[in-house]
Design a protein around this ligand. Structure first.
Ligand SMILES: [Zn+2]
Length: 175
């Protein structure tokens, strides 16, 4: 029997979450938004995603209130996508999923996530082992790891070579 397109028959909170974020690429779009990516072309180049798929994901995430569309230029009209509080709440889940992926499937350290206040690397759920606190996404410092091999044609990869806080808008230079 083919799987249904949604989980309407599942009265489970995980199924409800997957209705919103369970499509292919969606969590990667949210990850980039947490990194501070806001512009359509930056998502496009960094993810290497087909335009139609990116447009569909951005539309869904905006409709679901995870991203907010903001006009940043009037002529020609240009919008950017800013992660909302609802989206920021996904950070610990993304962190846990990424740590699980690294421990079991990839092993390479592309990036480090540290507590801005003390420099300690975060634990699996985004907590600071030194301070014993859950670190808000805005207080997480993102730095390059030894396994990082940035694509020189990707302005997001280039911009992420410099340490930055999560959520701060990423300044990219398109060349
Ligand atoms: Zn700390």
């Amino acid at each position: 029997m083919a799987l249904g397109k949604d989980y309407a028959t599942q009265e489970c909170s995980l199924a409800s979450a997957l209705e919103v974020v369970g499509e292919r690429w969606t969590l990667l779009v949210i990850r980039d938004a947490l990194y501070g990516v806001r512009r359509y072309n930056d998502f496009l180049v960094h993810l290497g995603i087909p335009r139609a798929v990116l447009s569909a994901r951005l539309k869904t995430l905006t409709e679901e209130g995870i991203l907010e569309k903001r006009r940043y230029q009037d002529s020609p009209p240009r919008d950017e996508y800013v992660v909302t509080e609802l989206g920021i709440e996904l950070w610990p889940a993304l962190r846990a999923l990424a740590v699980w992926g690294r421990e079991h499937f990839t092993e390479s350290r592309l990036r480090y996530f540290r507590h801005v206040d003390c420099g300690t690397e975060l634990g699996s759920y985004g907590e600071c082992p030194a301070c014993g606190t859950v670190v808000p996404a805005a207080d997480v410092l993102l730095t390059p790891g030894p396994g990082l091999d940035p694509d020189p044609a990707d302005p997001v990869s280039r911009a992420l070579l410099k340490p930055k806080r999560l959520l701060e808008p990423l300044e990219t230079d398109h060349v």
